[in-house]
Design a protein around this ligand. Structure first.
Ligand SMILES: [Zn+2]
Length: 228
């Protein structure tokens, strides 16, 4: 069963906001803070919520702080905890809260069946095709062929760079145990990890994350494209 519009709790301090557009359309799910030291996406979603950001069509689900304990500690995982991004599909009965939370998130995804699931990450290492792994300034996907949305968003970003150092790339990097890939496999959605490079100032990274969210939502049809 899908959720009613409004706020819902996956755990006492992990919540999702569900917004419905005025017109029918697809569902998109945007999540940040699965790694607590990657703050730009968390703050980008907080700003969008504060600004009253809404879908024009379909449904937008926003999970601004997926791993609250990790975010509080500004660490990848909660102190003493597990990497939440490696705990999917999770388990309702597990002792570890990460497995239980992962299961609640999977239940949400399986009920809502979003067309797009995007997770906002950050990386200390700027992407260099010669260096594996390196992720900064890429949209990462794990299925071949690449969903056309991924290239379209990267092209739009690169058409409006503030500085050439910000140039974006697509990156095919399947990780069979990551949450994104398990979700893609479970429901057949487009799954994207957005990775800003932490070499930039935090306020610029937040702006970039906001822009990527807007472009992804335009491409999937949840937000209107600007009229030319
Ligand atoms: Zn991450």
């Amino acid at each position: 069963m899908t959720l009613a519009a409004g706020a819902h709790f996956l755990s006492p301090n992990v919540y999702v906001h569900v917004f419905d557009g005025d017109r029918p359309g697809p569902t998109a799910l945007i999540q940040a803070g699965i790694h607590g030291d990657e703050v730009a996406g968390v703050h980008a979603l907080a700003e969008l919520l504060e600004d009253g950001y809404r879908p024009h069509r379909g449904r937008l689900i926003v999970c601004p702080v997926m791993n609250a304990g990790a975010y509080r500690a500004r660490q990848r995982s909660r102190p003493g905890g597990l990497d939440l991004n490696r705990c999917f599909p999770g388990s309702a009965d597990a002792a570890e809260p990460e497995y239980r939370l992962a299961r609640r998130f999977m239940d949400l995804v399986e009920a809502e069946r979003p067309a797009l699931v995007a997770t906002l990450h950050e990386s200390h290492k700027r992407y260099d095709p010669a260096v594996t792994p390196s992720f900064g300034q890429t949209l990462v996907y794990g299925v071949d062929p690449m969903p056309p949305l991924v290239q379209a968003v990267v092209d739009s970003l690169n058409a409006e760079l503030a500085d050439d150092a910000e140039r974006w790339a697509t990156q095919y990097y399947p990780v069979a145990t990551s949450s994104t890939e398990l979700i893609v496999e479970a429901i057949g959605c487009i799954g994207i990890c957005v990775e800003t490079w932490m070499g930039f100032a935090e306020n610029r990274r937040v702006e970039m994350q906001r822009r990527v969210v807007e472009l992804m939502l335009q491409q999937v049809g949840v937000r209107d494209q600007p009229s030319p």
